[in-house]
Design a protein. Structure first.
Lengths: 296, 258
């Protein structure tokens, strides 16, 4: 029995905790591989549909940004579940360097599996995507093909991404005091509640929608307003709404009480992800809308 | 020989409203090598904060902590990890065992980290397990054993490296009456057999009556201390009355003697 054997055993038993991270990595690689395979399909160039490729390239950039945020968040959530364990190891005298090594090793192992499986699935799915694209845009003469460069790009990009995320997060863990790591499970997220901003967060999106419907708003005003309104809504608005409803209903039924208390906790924990996702979603929708109108 | 010495130790926290709370206020204390020290006091008096600072788990606002002639407030993070590995053993209220490892693996893990595993290691683990009466559960996982057995595993893990200082934070907090009585008996035996210095934070006067000396903390300062009586039955009432005088009649402390 050696140190490595015990670390490996501990990791094997913690695999369940890595599931959200693995699935996030896998999904990100699949989506990217689908788009990249289409992007590197040279036969589309010959058909005169090069604008399609431009749209795919821009979509790919958005996917990379989204994946980076999504995978980082999933990893932080996974490492959050293991902070206690790292705290105990540090307490027993395992050096920061060895903890960082162990985190990097785990992430690279899981990331590599996700890259291999994701690339295979992505290429398989890209064939379906190619057929759908060819059929929707009536592209004739193009054939499905897999360029090795697309595989190389997917593997290299995500390997670099996982290594960077692993390095950053491992450093963050080893900068935390061992006591805070051990107590992390018992320390709930701080819920910041501000009724005034909460009220504004609920009213602002309604006003924005009404203004948009009644009056044709300038695009630059819209670009500034949307993230601001989304920030207010996700940071303060939902919590205000949840508090409003729970005050009236939660005490009537234990299910309401439980659901709303969980909801409040989850909002406090995940508001950043919700905000980022919503901004990205809005950007993608706006971009697709413009691309579609330009194309048609 | 002095094992632990704190000099003008201050630990303050800033609350979310911007107020400063003094957890430890210019605390001076000295612990002799091989002593079994109990720390008592009302909730919020700074007992656990003091233990965390001595255990290098937290950093002080100012002041010095000297353990084995080494000022730990001057050590870097890497040096602190090495210091913890070589000199300290921890016992917590919540056991803090690794759930994925068996009892034996949990005990042996600190030795593996410090690369001090020898052929005699298994024998050493078995000897300690025998003293702590956990030989039968060595192959079991923490979730398969009782709270008392978990705590004895934590004790075994703390002493396996032969640390010069063992820190116990409310070790009987999650245990029933009998397990608590056994545990403190084991700690006293370890102190006697291995001559380990033990600092134990406790709320229980009965647990404290096993110690060589009991320090009483209030508002981050040592307000009083009691030295051991040759007869433990006489020592317990003295500890109890000191607690009563510090907190009043309604201290909420268990009145039962172990």
């Amino acid at each position: 029995m050696g140190y490595r054997h015990l670390v490996y055993k501990n990791l094997r038993h913690s695999l369940k905790k890595f599931m959200p991270f693995f699935l996030s990595c896998y999904l990100a690689v699949v989506i990217f591989a689908v788009y990249t395979t289409l992007l590197f399909n040279r036969s589309i160039d010959a058909t005169g549909f090069s604008t399609v490729k431009l749209i795919i390239a821009i979509c790919n950039i958005i996917i990379v940004i989204f994946s980076l945020i999504y995978v980082t968040y999933a990893l932080q959530a996974t490492l959050g579940l293991r902070k206690y364990e790292f705290g105990i190891l540090n307490l027993m005298g395992l050096s920061d360097r060895k903890i960082r090594q162990s985190i990097r090793y785990e992430i690279i192992c899981i990331g590599s599996i996700a890259i291999i499986l994701g690339t295979i699935s992505g290429i398989t799915l890209s064939k379906v995507a190619f057929r759908a694209l060819a059929s929707a845009l009536c592209i004739s003469g193009a054939t499905f093909m897999i360029d090795p460069k697309s595989i190389l790009l997917s593997v290299a990009l995500f390997m670099v991404m996982f290594l960077t995320i692993a390095r950053f997060n491992a450093r963050k863990i080893t900068k935390t005091k061992p006591l805070d790591l051990i107590n992390s499970q018992r320390t709930p997220e701080k819920v910041l509640y501000n009724p005034t901003l909460g009220f504004i967060g609920i009213v602002a999106p309604i006003i924005l929608i009404l203004m948009f419907l009644i009056k044709n708003i300038n695009l630059s005003v819209l670009i500034i307003c949307i993230p601001l309104v989304e920030f207010l809504f996700f940071r303060y608005g939902i919590l205000y709404l949840a508090n409003l409803i729970s005050r009236k209903w939660a005490n009537l039924n234990y299910r309401f009480l439980y659901v709303f208390s969980r909801l409040k906790f989850n909002i406090a924990t995940n508001w950043k992800l919700m905000l980022i996702s919503s901004i990205l979603q809005t950007s993608i929708l706006v971009f697709v809308g413009f691309a579609f109108s330009a194309f048609v | 020989m002095i094992a632990v010495q704190t000099k003008s130790l201050i630990k303050s926290y800033k609350t979310s409203h911007g107020y400063e709370t003094m957890a430890l206020n210019r605390l001076d204390m000295t612990v002799e090598s091989g002593e079994f020290i109990g720390i008592m006091g009302p909730s919020g008096s700074g007992k656990t904060t003091l233990l965390n600072l001595i255990g290098t788990l937290d950093t002080s606002t100012s002041g010095n902590i000297v353990i084995d002639d080494q000022d730990i407030t001057q050590l870097s993070r890497d040096e602190l990890v090495k210091f913890r590995r070589d000199k300290l053993g921890f016992i917590f209220q919540d056991f803090n065992l690794l759930d994925n490892l068996t009892v034996q693996e949990n005990i042996i893990f600190p030795l593996l980290i410090s690369d001090s595993v020898k052929t005699s290691t298994t024998e050493k683990v078995r000897d300690i397990a025998k003293i702590l009466a956990i030989t039968d559960i060595l192959e079991k996982y923490p979730y398969q054993v009782s709270g008392g057995q978990k705590q004895r595993t934590a004790v075994a893990r703390a002493i396996v490296k032969g640390p010069s200082l063992i820190l116990a934070d409310e070790p009987s907090g999650n245990l029933d009456y009998n397990s608590a009585r056994n545990l403190v008996g084991y700690l006293a035996s370890i102190n006697r057999i291995y001559r380990s210095t033990i600092i134990m934070v406790t709320h229980d006067p009965a647990m404290a009556s096993y110690c060589d000396r009991v320090l009483f903390l209030k508002d981050g300062e040592i307000v009083s201390q009691l030295a051991k009586d040759p007869n433990r039955d006489d020592f317990y009432p003295r500890v109890m009355s000191m607690i009563m005088s510090l907190e009043g009649e309604n201290s909420g402390l268990p009145a039962s003697s172990i």
